[in-house]
Each structure stands twice: as C-alpha cells, then as structure tokens.
Design a protein around this ligand. Structure first.
Ligand code: DGJ
Length: 739
C-alpha cells in the first residue's frame, strides 16, 4: 500500500499490492483527470493516457472550442453545466437558481489513516492510507473533497466525497455521487444483480453499449429489484481469468449506478445516491458527506473480485463480535406458524429443537400489540399477553431452561394505521399533509428523520430487550417509501427526507449495538431488499430472501456471494412443499444449501416428517464440522446452475489451503450422460489431498470413489469425477483434506 504525489508530473499514484490508481492534473486551469486504474504498474508518469495532446483536446491550441475538451477529458469528478454531457457526479443549484459548476484543483493531503464518515457506515481499519483532493468552484464557493483510502491487506479502493459550502448563501445539492471514473472500453460486459421479492440478486451480464446503462433504486431501500453494485468484466472474463472492475455502494437507500459509453468508446462509471428524491440544502459553512463506494480491480476474473470483497467486508466492515464466532443454529417460527402461535406452541418447538441440537429459538412477527395478521399494531411494541401468557420473561426463561437461547423479531421502522401509536401520532408516518398515503402491506413508514420518533422506537425496543434474556434481534423492514413528506421538515428541506431516513436507520442501529454489544443482530427487509454493505456495518448477517426453496436459493446465494462473504447470508432449512414455490426437495439437499449461509431452520419441528426430524441432528453435526471453513474460507465458484441449468458447484478453501469443502447440487438428473468432470480451484498445487464424502445418514465422512491422494495441481488441472446420483435435487459434500 502506498499513496504518493509526484509534483513534477502532477500525478497522484495509489498502489495496493496488485493494483494502481493514477490521477493527473492539467496545467492552468487545473482539472483533475483520471489517468489509470488496473493492474499494478511500476511507473507513475502515465499522463499521456489523458490524450491531452491529441485532437480533440489540445486545450492550449483550442480555446475556440473548450467544449470538446470538457466533453472528452477523463474527469475524476465530473460536474454539471459546463459541457460534460457524459453524466456528471455533482449538480448544485445556487440561490440564483443556476446549476453551473467548474471545479478546479486546490490542494491535497495524504493521511496515514482512514477517517470515519460522519453518520455513515464505512470500512475501517488501522493500517490504512488516505488521499484527500480538494476542488473548488471559486464563483459559487462550492468545494468538493475527494477521498481515496486503501488498506495494507486489501486490493480494494474506497472512495467518498464531501461537499462544502464556502459561500455566504445556501446552495442546494441536487446530485452528489460518491465516485466516478473514466476508461477506454476495450470490450466490457456489464454485470449487475437484479431480482424481485423472493428472487433477489440474480446475476445479469450484458455487453456495454453506447449511451447510458445502469441501475437504480428510488424505493428508499437498496431494494429487491436492483443492487447498488455493478462490475465491468472483460468479454473473456470468467471465474478464474480476465479483468474485472467492481463498484459497490456502502449505502442502504436510493442509489444510481451507471455506465456511459461515448462517441470515442470511452466509458464513464458512476455510483452514488442519485438525484431522484434528493435535494439537500447546504447552508453557508455546512458540509455534506456522501457515502462510500468500494472499487475493486481483479485480474483473476469474477472469482478474484468476489474474494477481494469477501475479505474486505470480513476484515474491515462488519463490526459484530459474532463475525468470528460460530453463530447459534436458530429455529425461526415464521414459516412454522406465521401469526398463529402462543407461548405453548413456541415452547413445544423449542423443546423439540433443543433435542435436535438447535441452539436458539427466534420468535418472529405477531407477538406484540393486537397483531394477529399483517394489518395491525406495528409501532405498539408491547408484549401481547393474550398470546404470550405469563409474559415474555417467563417464556424466555422457559426456553433458556431447555438449553436454548432466545431471539425476537421487530419491525421498528413501521407504523400500522390500525395501531395505538398511529392513533396517538398520525403525523409520525411519512406522508404529505392532506393526502392519504399509499399503504404497503397495510402499513406506513415512520418518519425516522425525526429524533423524537427514533427516541420512541429505541425506548420501546430497549424496554423489550431489557425485560428478558434476549440474545438476538431480527430487524425487519417490509415496505418501500412513498408519499415522501415529513411533517417536521421545512418546505426547502423536504427533498432531504429519503437520505435523512437512512441516516435515521443507521443512527438507531448504532445505538442498538452500542447499548447491547453482545446482541446478535440480523437485518432483513421482506427477505433481502436491504442486503447491502451499509447494513452489514451493523449486523454480521442479513436474511437473504423469503424464498427458502433450495433450488431458487442456489441462484439467490450465487448472486449474493458474488460480493458478500457466505458468513453474512441468512439461510435456513424449511419445510416442503416450499412456501414460496411449492417445490419438494430432499431434506438433506435443503441442508447442504443452507450450509452456504448462516444455517438455521424455519419449520415446525414438532410436525415435520419423522425422517426429516431424524436428520436434523446429523445436519447439526455437519454445520459444526464445516461451518468455520464456510464462514472464514475463500470462496470459489466452480459451476453455476443459473448458467448451465443442470447443476451447481462451489468450494470454500481454508486460508492455509489445508482443506476445502465442495458442494455439488444436481438440480436436474439427465439420462445417458457421463459423470461430470469438475476442476477444483484454490488449492495449493504442491500439497497432496484426499477426498472424503460426507454421509448425512451417519453424520460421518466416508472414503470417496477416488481413493488415492492427489496433488492440488492434479485436482485443479485434471479435475475429479462427480459420482453419479439418481434423481433431481440431489446434493453432495466433499471434504478435501491435505495429507
Ligand atoms: C418478512 C421477513 O422476511 C420474514 O422472514 C418474516 O419475518 C416476515 N417479514 C414477518 O412479517
């Protein structure tokens, strides 16, 4: 890791172990240009890449037409209104109503640390360096501080921006993106994640075309539909080779990520909050901190990119003490009972689950107020003693007496129109005065931009947590934001509501984990609508999807694991026919698929078939045997069911390469075919390994059909054959151990 400024050449160079990022300055006026990002290079003076000496640039000889320069120069932080038509990162309206900006270099600073971002989640770590570049528009007094940070042990580059109003009058920020960089299009595909409720984060890959393409969410959350991530992958890039650039936004609300290809086949990549539903008033002297973007460059294909993100998030984003601890295997009553439960039912589940080796009972939605379905009581965070007779402490003590921990569900950001809270404070919901707001799942969203509302929510949640031995919270959020109106904000600040809402959520979660440092927090949003790095800063795991079907999960978890470590993916074994898709899969396969995440159960253990019930203790053994390898290992994607429509295969490899776990799922059986040949990845070519197969019937490992020890080199180049299996939806775990 190093950051340097070369004064003579006016060049900044940021190096990580395998990457270089180079920024150059033009002569007067000093524009800040993006010179290079990619594999690490020795030299720093690469300013020739800015092409300022060839047409149409030559700014010194071309005063007649500066416009071409503005529209072609690879700007490090493009602004609105002065001729850069490729999509700008910053748009500011002055009191006079104008939106023209022209930012020039003022100064720079190199720090031996990574400063925090005020009020925002962000990566952190001790061995870090940061470059700050200050730009200014002297006419309107707006400054932009561009921030670039690197860690000693990572190839990721973190970018963020702070906007400062140095003028004597207010300005309105209409768009503040967090990162932008330009590069030549040498033939890239755009890789993104798309989805829907119960079908989150499926991978999409398309060639980059001329004009704008990208993705966004203006739903107030990072969303089921799109993900605040994009990657540019060389056409030849696959899991093991080719250049890939990743762009990931550490934010949980509205975002906009785009790629623009211009007439000179240059690409501009941007990521940030976006302008829809955003207008921020900046008074004289105030500043605005835009969230962080994590850039990665990998020369080892998409797999290399995944591993950079996984390590970065495990080492520099997730703060929970649970990150490095084995999480308790939980059983959640949602799919088991929905709203139809009482303390007896929960205790019966806990008793049976405990006998199976399950370690925690989570009481999901429906324990509070008058809530017996999803139409009422959000906001009334008082235990419903008609359901939980004897009170919460009695139930929790009884569950603890069974040797089980206890966890609880909240949806703290919401308010039901049919609730005591709404009857007392109708103005606490996000709504425009005089309009009936649109309901989503029969509920409104609380205006968390307001401190008194956050205080109420926190006070109620804490009162429940203080009342019994509660060791886990599932924090849910089940609707998108509409009717953006706050009863509290003045007219010229209504455009701040969406971002202030997200800041409010962050503040609440920060308070929660500070007050309860031992609490295991799992975020959730109607499944996986807010699975993003922002939320990971507060919770080490996020519920991946309301779809617990083992086959749909293969695709959801593949897309999620493209950027997130497996330790973050909430994954449970549920009952069949699956509640989302009606599919019936073998219980053992459901276990193998859930093993790729946090692992738990979401079923009524007192009512499932005896054979399934009997398998749970074996699955529990499987979890204890392999979980560390899954949670802390390096992830390698071998084959993708979403691409081949037949089978799925991935590995996790221990950091010291002494062992690996391979999961193989045969989704569709085929007649009259050879066994599949699989080339392993990530092993040490010089080490020798033996392969064992996990037998779920016995909970033990057995010799595999390939009995001899083989070198990592052989396993990765020649590969292995996967033993034939009869039937659809079958799975297999192979443990590859150094001998
Ligand atoms: C949506 C979540 O994703 C589910 O797991 C469950 O907690 C329900 N909400 C409860 O309303």
């Amino acid at each position: 890791m190093s950051i340097a400024y070369f004064q003579k050449e006016k060049v900044f160079k940021i190096d990580t172990e395998h990457t270089s990022y180079i920024i150059g300055l033009t002569d007067k006026p000093a524009y800040v240009g993006h010179v290079y990002y990619g594999a690490r290079v020795e030299d720093h003076d690469l300013s020739y890449l800015l092409r300022t000496s060839e047409m149409p640039f030559v700014p010194s000889q071309n005063n007649r037409d500066k416009l071409l320069f503005m529209d072609t120069y690879p700007m490090e932080y493009p602004v609105h209104g002065t001729g850069d038509f490729r999509g700008d990162a910053l748009k500011v309206r002055t009191e006079g109503g104008h939106e023209v900006l022209d930012l020039h270099f003022v100064s720079y600073e190199i720090l031996n640390e990574k400063p925090k971002l005020k009020g925002l989640p962000a990566t952190f770590g001790k061995e870090a360096q940061t470059l700050k570049i200050l730009l200014e528009d002297k006419i309107c007094g707006v400054q932009a501080e561009l921030c670039y940070s690197v860690f000693a042990d990572s190839d990721a580059l973190m970018r963020s921006v702070r906007i400062i109003n140095k003028s004597k009058t207010p300005v309105w920020l209409e768009r503040v993106l967090s990162a932008s960089f330009d590069m030549d299009d040498t033939g890239f595909d755009l890789v993104t994640l798309h989805g829907a409720w119960a079908r989150e984060r499926h991978i999409s890959r398309n060639p980059v075309n001329y004009g704008f393409q990208g993705l966004s969410s203006y739903r107030g959350e990072s969303s089921h539909q799109h993900h605040p991530f994009l990657a540019l992958a060389e056409k030849c890039a696959d899991q093991t080779k080719g250049e890939v650039y990743g762009v990931h936004f550490v934010y949980s609300g509205n975002f906009c990520g785009s790629v623009y290809k211009n007439q000179f086949d240059q690409l501009r990549v941007t990521m940030g909050i976006g302008e829809e539903n955003f207008c921020w008033k900046l008074e004289a002297g105030e500043d605005f901190q835009a969230p962080e973007v994590v850039l990665t460059y990998s020369a080892e294909g998409l797999g290399g990119m995944s591993r950079i993100y996984h390590d970065l998030y495990r080492q520099h984003l997730i703060r929970s003490p649970y990150l490095k601890k084995k999480r308790p295997i939980l059983i959640n009553n949602w799919e088991a009972t929905y709203f139809d439960f009482d303390e007896k039912k929960l205790l019966a589940i806990a008793k049976e689950a405990s006998k199976c080796g399950i370690e925690m009972l989570v009481m999901d939605d429906g324990w509070f107020g008058s809530r017996n379905d999803d139409t009422t009581a959000l906001g009334d965070w008082f235990v419903n003693e008609k359901k939980i007779r004897g009170g919460l402490k009695k139930l929790v003590d009884a569950v603890n007496a069974e040797g089980m921990k206890f966890g609880i569900w909240f949806e703290p950001e919401m308010i039901s129109p049919d609730s005591d809270l709404y009857r007392a404070h109708p103005d606490w919901a996000i709504a425009v005065p005089g309009r009936t707001a649109v309901k989503g799942r029969d509920q409104y969203v609380l205006d968390l931009s307001r401190k008194e509302i956050r205080d109420y929510v926190f006070e109620r949640v804490s009162a429940i947590l203080d009342s019994a031995n509660i060791e886990y919270v599932k924090w849910d959020m089940n609707r998108q934001l509409t009717d953006l109106g706050s009863y509290d904000l003045p007219a010229d600040r209504q455009g701040e509501l969406s971002h202030r809402y997200v800041l409010g959520v962050y503040e609440l979660q920060e308070r929660l984990i500070r007050r309860y440092p031992k609490l295991l927090l799992e975020n959730c949003s109607g499944g996986g609508a807010r699975f993003d790095p922002g939320m990971l800063y507060y919770s080490p795991q996020i519920w991946c999807s309301d779809d617990t079907d083992a086959i749909e999960r293969l695709m959801i978890q593949e897309g999620t694991a493209l950027i997130y470590p497996l330790s973050t993916m909430g994954a449970h074994v549920s009952d069949c026919p699956n509640h989302a898709v009606g599919r019936v899969t073998p219980f053992e396969t459901r276990g193998y698929v859930a093993l790729a995440g946090t692992f738990g159960y979401e079923l009524d253990v007192t009512r499932i078939p005896a054979a399934d019930r009997a398998m749970i203790p074996k699955q529990v053994e499987m979890y204890h045997k392999y979980h560390n390898l899954v949670a802390d290992g390096d992830y390698y994607r071998i084959a993708s069911y979403s691409e081949n429509h037949i089978y799925d295969c991935y590995m996790t490899v221990k950091k010291d390469k002494s062992e690996a776990l391979l999961t193989y799922i045969q989704v569709m059986a085929q007649p009259q075919v050879h066994t599949k040949k699989i080339r392993l990845q990530g092993l040490d070519p010089e080490k020798r390994y033996k392969i064992k197969r996990f037998n779920i019937e016995t909970g033990k490992e057995e010799p595999y059909s390939i009995k001899q020890a083989l070198s990592g080199d052989t396993l990765m180049r020649a590969g292995i054959l996967i033993d034939k299996t009869w039937g659809d939806f079958k799975g297999m775990l192979l443990h590859i151990v150094e001998v």
